[in-house]
Ligand binder design. Sequence first.
Ligand code: DLL
Length: 441
Amino acid sequence: MIWNPEMEAMPRASLEALQLRRLQEVVRRVYERVPLYRQKFDAAGIHPDRVQRMDDLRRLPFTTKSDFRDTYPFGLFAVPVSSTVRVHASSGTTGKPKVVGYTQNDIQVWAEVCARCLAASGAAPGDVFQNAYGYGLFTGGLGMHYGAELMGLVVIPISGGNTERQIMLLRDFGAKVIACTPSYALTLAEAMAAQGIAPGSLNLRYGVLGAEPWTEAMRDEIEARLGIAALNIYGLSEVIGPGVSNECLEEKNGAHVFEDHFLVEVVDPQSGENLPPGEPGELVFTTLTKEALPVIRYRTGDIASLNLAPCACGRTFVRMSRIVGRTDDMLIIRGINVYPSQVEAALVGLPEMSPHYQLVVTREHTLDVLEVKVEVTDGFARQFGGAFDGDEAEVQELALRCRQKLLGVLGITAQVTLVPPGKLPRSEGGKLRRVIDQRRL
Ligand code: DLL
């Protein structure tokens, strides 16, 4: 179902006219109200009046994560703090969190785009919705909550974690739709299997999963083990939170960016030059309607590509691919760029492998060592009664095949450690950290 067909299926020419109007407004507003933008625009010699065509966007300076840090906590707000009704914050790996604010109108826009996500994922008014994203400073819980209420879903605001209770409520309240991180969806699937609950035996049909990278292989696994359709939702606090884009149930092939509210570009992470559709690069967003915290050309650090081809669902909004990496998550191992998602992609072809993996990078003397820990499937482990220590011929043979696959995909040798099912850390409700880089310690 399309939540707002008038906007989501608008002809591209009308959309572009709307975008230009909104862009001109927002550029003027930040220039007048946010000192950092005025400084940047002046330094680049760009006056808001110079934005006459969509192409002029490319001339505007970028906004970065460090702009948030430098103006912490409220320096990027374009309204007085007293005019906001909500503040969220997202913690990075280091330092102070990025603080984001919302006016009443921003909250309404946010609810609208989250309702679009839920509808695109299969939800319909009246459905019971278990919201297992964390409530709090994290945007996931409250963002989806307001979207769901707007749509008329029956919201169960359970938040993340407490797997036993999640399963009890899935059974007793009969949610049709769940929202959580994909890694947590797997945690739920495992716990349900352990309780003997068969996939599809509950009322659950749709998952709105995101907030962290995942793959097609993980989708297959989640869909099979939970008996649901699993859809990818993307977003980030600096732009709004969840609700920047969402896949459609019809195609499940790229997430439609809600382009009436967010302009998307893909740029070369090094040069900052715009890249054509189809080419992977860094996602850059400009908010068109946000009042409290508009961002102009915000560099997300997320790597993806765009697809402008028409979609069977009828939405005219551009689609973005899955996030295939992050500019700052990229590991440089012995001089070679490695993205965690490449490791996952390499392992997918091996049927004995589960989607649970972890990368550990260490430095021995001056040499970087990449260890890839992977859980094997239950089926593979069963031949050893579920446990093995790695010396078994079959395990060694599989580890060797894994190493060769990784060498082919990454171009470097990795140590492969195969572990029995259930041995690697699981999501306890939120985002899962898959990379442990001990070189920085
Ligand atoms: O994670 C917002 C969100 C909540 C999105 C719930 C979807 C569902 P942050 O905590 O600010 O906001 O983290 C944003 O998470 O820049 C990406 O690196 C990553 N991310 C979010 N969604 C996806 C996704 C929320 N579907 C950062 N695939 C982003 C891959 C994702 N990465």
